[in-house]
Ligand binder design. Structure first.
Ligand code: GLC
Length: 456
């Protein structure tokens, strides 16, 4: 067997070991199978982590486990619970769940944030669940599952959470800190790109999954999707031209037809940015609100914006161009940094609350996460930048197996294995398999990508 095939079979074996069984049926994968570290909650199946596993299974022609997962999590979907003073809203999907036993009987318990570190609730779970349901339908052609009454209700309950009456006037979703992959305090509260992009992808997916009789929902979905797309495309986009505009903004403007709608102060443009932005590149900024632009580059948001076509074809090319031009900063020794740059010094103290796990250039604060490899490869494929996909995979191939499939890497260029990284992290393994499967069969891209539409 060639070394590359050996690597694939090693990854497949490791993924197999991570499968979680409930009453004899495979229903998910645990977050990590690290033999040396205490599991804490890594012995649970996280909804967002399972997406990589699910894609790997779908691409390998094993849809049953994905179907079981979708059914299981639908049954766990919150029907409004009160625990202590914490309340989970109707329709919320859990961050994770685990199989427990009592008196010889297995049962499932779900964590909606009531047990999670810092009590963070997942906003991304329901969105990923919808995106995954569409991937399952694409892979199997089994639309009847999505059309079942309980699935239609589940989808609508998730949408209700996002369509709630609220104070915000933006079409974007207002989010607390730590509500998605970055599940700790990192200044990602407000209107973080990651959630807006997943929301957009989920809206597009629901358009394909809901039965036509849900015309009220379909109307709301279309309206929100268009408004969201217009908002993100107009106000989150940054390239040299746009930066020049922001640099010359006037402040304290009032009224509808003003230029500086969010009252951004020029002084808030970080010094590194002007040097860093390549002439023909661009990206969607991390967050936007009153007097606030978070200029950090977030990989998941930008890559999923390409895949969901929230970024137009031309802007997608510019994002890939930026990744190419700033390869050493964003990819370095492991694809790809979760965000760039890290927050340091006083900013780190204030923004993270002095979190030692999120030290500068570590973990969520500028660490490199191999799970994001699959998104990078898929985005490269969608934009016809295959040389970048191959280059990224080559890096992962040389390091992941000898390093025992770590959860994340640290350092300015991702050279170090993450300080507290688990080994045999399932989404690292699955992400690698998905990336390789995409290369082997480009048709798989359809599971996770959306064609460009005519949104303004
Ligand atoms: C960490 C990550 C989170 C992931 C979990 C399990 O908490 O921040 O995104 O879901 O580990 O791998």
């Amino acid at each position: 067997m060639s070394i590359k095939n050996q690597l694939m079979s090693e990854a497949r074996n490791e993924l197999e070991k991570s499968i979680l069984y409930y009453k004899g049926n495979p229903i998910g994968t645990v977050a990590a199978c690290d033999p040396k570290m205490e599991a804490v909650n890594y012995d649970q199946c996280f909804v967002r982590d399972f997406v990589a596993s699910a894609l790997a299974f779908l691409m390998d022609g094993r849809p049953e486990i994905v179907r079981n997962f979708l059914v299981t999590t639908l049954n766990l979907q919150s029907r409004e619970k009160h625990m202590d003073c914490f309340r989970t809203s109707l329709g919320l999907m859990p961050a994770s769940f685990k199989v427990e036993s009592k008196d010889g009987q297995q049962f499932l318990s779900a964590d909606f944030g009531q047990q999670a570190i810092a009590r963070v609730a997942p906003i991304d779970s329901g969105l990923w669940w919808i995106i995954l349901l569409r991937a399952y339908v694409k892979a199997t052609g089994d639309i009847s599952l999505a059309h079942q009454a309980d699935f239609q209700t589940g989808i609508k309950l998730i949408l209700d959470l996002f369509f709630l009456h609220r104070f915000s006037i933006f079409p974007t979703v207002l989010v607390p800190d730590g509500a998605f992959m970055i599940d700790r305090r990192l200044g990602v509260y407000g209107h973080p790109l990651e959630i807006q992009v997943l929301f957009y992808a989920a809206l597009r997916a629901t358009g394909e999954l809901l039965l036509p009789e849900n015309d009220q929902y379909i109307q709301s979905i279309n309206q929100r999707r268009e408004a969201l797309s217009h908002h993100v495309r107009s106000y989150y986009w940054l390239d040299i031209k746009q930066l020049n505009k922001i640099y010359r903004y006037k402040n304290e403007e009032f009224g509808e037809e003003i230029v500086n709608k969010f009252n951004i102060y020029t002084e808030s443009i970080p010094v590194w940015l002007t040097e860093w932005l390549p002439q023909d590149g661009g990206y969607l900024i991390g967050n936007l609100g009153a007097e606030r632009m978070d200029f950090r580059f977030f990989a998941l948001g930008n890559l999923m914006a390409i895949l969901s076509s929230l970024a137009s074809d031309q802007k997608s090319q510019q994002i890939m161009h930026l990744i190419e031009q700033r390869w050493h900063d964003l990819v370095g020794y492991m694809p790809i940094k979760i965000c760039f740059p890290a927050v340091e010094g006083t900013e780190w103290r204030i923004i993270t609350g002095c979190d030692p796990k999120n030290l500068p250039w570590s973990y969520h604060n500028g660490g490199n996460w191999p799970v994001l490899l699959w998104m990078l490869v898929a985005a490269a494929q969608k934009t016809g930048r295959m040389e970048l996909a191959h280059k990224a995979i080559e890096i992962a191939e040389t390091r992941l197996s000898p390093d025992q499939w770590p959860e994340y890497y640290d350092g300015i260029n991702g050279k170090l294995i993450g300080k507290e990284a688990k080994t045999y992290q399932t989404w690292t393994i699955a992400g690698f398999l998905v990336a390789k499967n995409l290369i082997a069969n480009p048709a798989h891209l359809a599971l996770i990508s959306f064609e460009e539409n005519t949104d303004s």
